[in-house]
Design a protein around this ligand. Sequence first.
Ligand code: ZN
Length: 114
Amino acid sequence: MHELALIQGVLDSVAKAAQKNDIERISKIKLVVGQMTAALPHALRFCFEVEKEGNPLLEGAELEIAEEEIVARCMDCGREFHVVELIFRCPDCHSGGVTVIKGRELYIDYIEGE
Ligand SMILES: [Zn+2]
């Protein structure tokens, strides 16, 4: 599953950050998920719950997910627009020559713990 690999990557980074900052227990992880990653929030949550099992660092931790919309820029007229339903076409000049400038990434916004 795509989401499982993503969550495992996130939890690796979280564990490293916790170690670096002397955090023994994580209470909250805020994740930003671009829609281009095609990761489903409910699947991410499910995988998180599975990975949490038996991990003292994550006991009681909460996962918050913010979805980031896809933003693209037209290479012909320079217009920036939100991509709706994966239609990559400029709403002004109808050019198909667009480049995605936002929504590709999945990253940890912050973690909380003590
Ligand atoms: Zn355009």
